[in-house]
Design a protein around this ligand. Structure first.
Ligand SMILES: [Cu+2]
Length: 353
C-alpha cells in the first residue's frame, strides 16, 4: 500500500514539474521556438555530459567508502586466495579501463558538440589505429581467459586419489539442504529419488541393498567439516536446479536433477578462528549494532554470532531465500567425535524396522 501511494505521489510530482516547465516556457517572451538545437543548447548538453562523468565517479567513490567493508573478507579455504586474486586482477583491470574510456567518451562528446560552421572531418580509415585498438583488447582478454582457465583447473581438484579427501554428498531440495558422509569406507552408497521413504526417514533415497550405503551418515541440520582436510562434495538435487554456494570458502556448484556434480576444497580456518578474525569481528559488531537498534524499537532481533553457511544461489522457488545450512569447521578430532555420535544409515534403517 505504501509503495502504491509513493508511486502515485511520484507520478503527480512528475506531472507538476512537467506542467511548470510548460508554463515557464510560455511565459518567456523572446524565446527561440525552433526545434533545431542551437549553439547554446549544444553547449549545455556538452556540460551536462561532463556533469554526468563527475556524477558516476563520485558515485563510485561513495560506494567504495560506504560499502567497501561488506565484501567477503578472509577466504576460509586453501584455494580461496587464488580465487580472490583472479577476481581482484579482473576487477582492477576493468576498473582502470572503464575510468579511462568513460572520461574520453564524455570529453569527446563535449569537445565535438554541435557548433555553427563546424564540420566533421571526413576520415576514411587508418589501418594502424584499427590494429592497435583490436590487438590490445585481444591480448588483454586472452590473458584474462587463460589466467581464469588456469585458476579453474587448479582449484577444480576433485581427484579422490589425491590428498586423502573425505567424500560428502550435498542434497538439495525445495527448500533445504541435507548432507551425507561416506562413512568408514569413504564410498557413498547408491541413491535414487525413487527410493525415498519418508516414513522410514530415508530422505535421500539411499539404496538399502547397497553395502556401501550402510555406514553412510546423513545430517539434516548441520554440515561439519574437519579443518585442513580436503573435502570432495558430490551434489544432487531432488527437484529443480539449485546451486550449492559456500561464499566464505569461495565455492559454488550447480545441483542438477538427474546428475551428480562435484566440487572440492580444503577448509583452512575453523569456525572459532573465523569468529576471532579482525574483519569478521568488525562486521559482526556492525550487524549487531543494527540489530540492537531494531530490538530497541520493538522488533525481534537477537544478537548474531558468525557461522559459515551453505546457501542456495539459484532462484528455486518461494522459500529460496531461506534455503541454507549451517557449516561448522572444527579440528579433526572434534569432527570425528561429532561423526561418531551420529547414527549410520544402517542403524537408522534397523531402528525404523
Ligand atoms: Cu534452491
Amino acid at each position: 500500500m505504501t509503495a502504491l501511494l509513493t508511486i502515485i505521489v511520484l507520478v503527480l510530482v512528475a506531472i507538476a514539474i512537467w506542467q511548470m516547465t510548460k508554463m515557464f516556457e510560455l511565459s518567456q517572451t523572446s524565446t527561440d521556438d525552433s526545434q533545431v538545437a542551437n549553439d547554446s543548447d549544444n553547449k549545455l548538453n556538452g556540460y551536462l555530459m561532463f556533469g554526468f562523468l563527475v556524477f558516476i565517479y563520485l558515485l563510485t567513490i561513495f560506494s567504495f567508502v560506504q560499502y567497501g567493508d561488506v565484501v567477503l573478507g578472509t577466504p576460509a579455504s586453501e584455494h580461496g586466495s587464488d580465487y580472490d586474486n583472479l577476481m581482484f586482477i579482473s576487477m582492477a583491470l576493468i576498473f582502470f579501463v572503464q575510468i579511462v574510456t568513460q572520461a574520453l567518451l564524455h570529453y569527446f562528446a563535449y569537445k565535438y558538440r554541435g557548433q555553427k560552421g563546424k564540420r566533421a572531418l571526413f576520415y576514411a580509415d587508418n589501418d594502424r589505429l584499427e590494429f592497435i585498438w583490436t590487438i590490445i583488447p585481444v591480448i588483454t582478454l586472452a590473458g584474462l581467459i587463460l589466467y581464469g582457465l588456469y585458476t579453474w583447473t587448479t582449484l577444480m581438484d576433485v581427484d579422490p586419489d589425491e590428498g586423502d579427501p573425505i567424500i560428502v554428498e550435498l542434497y538439495a531440495q525445495q527448500f533445504n539442504w541435507k548432507a551425507r558422509y561416506a562413512g568408514e569406507d569413504n564410498v557413498l552408497g547408491e541413491a535414487n529419488v525413487r527410493l525415498i521413504e519418508i516414513d522410514k526417514n530415508n530422505v535421500l533415497g539411499v539404496d538399502e541393498s547397497d553395502p556401501y550405503g550402510q555406514d553412510d551418515i546423513v545430517s539434516q541440520t548441520e554440515l561439519h567439516l574437519p579443518v585442513g582436510r580436503k573435502v570432495i562434495f558430490k551434489m544432487r538435487s531432488q527437484d529443480v536446479l539449485h546451486s550449492a554456494y559456500m561464499p566464505h570458502f569461495r565455492a559454488q556448484m550447480n545441483c542438477v536433477p538427474g546428475m551428480v556434480t562435484q566440487f572440492a576444497f580444503t577448509p583452512v580456518i575453523t569456525t572459532e578462528e573465523m569468529r576471532a578474525d579482525p574483519d569478521m569481528l568488525e562486521k559482526v559488531q556492525k550487524i549487531n549494532k543494527l540489530r540492537a537498534e531494531r530490538s530497541a524499537s520493538g522488533e525481534d532481533a537477537d544478537p548474531w554470532q558468525f557461522d559459515y553457511v551453505l546457501l542456495c544461489n539459484k532462484i528455486c522457488g518461494s522459500s529460496h531465500y531461506n534455503m541454507q545450512m549451517k557449516i561448522v569447521v572444527e579440528e579433526e578430532d572434534e569432527f570425528n567425535a561429532w561423526l561418531e555420535a551420529q547414527q549410520t544409515f544402517g542403524e537408522q534403517m534397523a531402528a525404523a524396522e
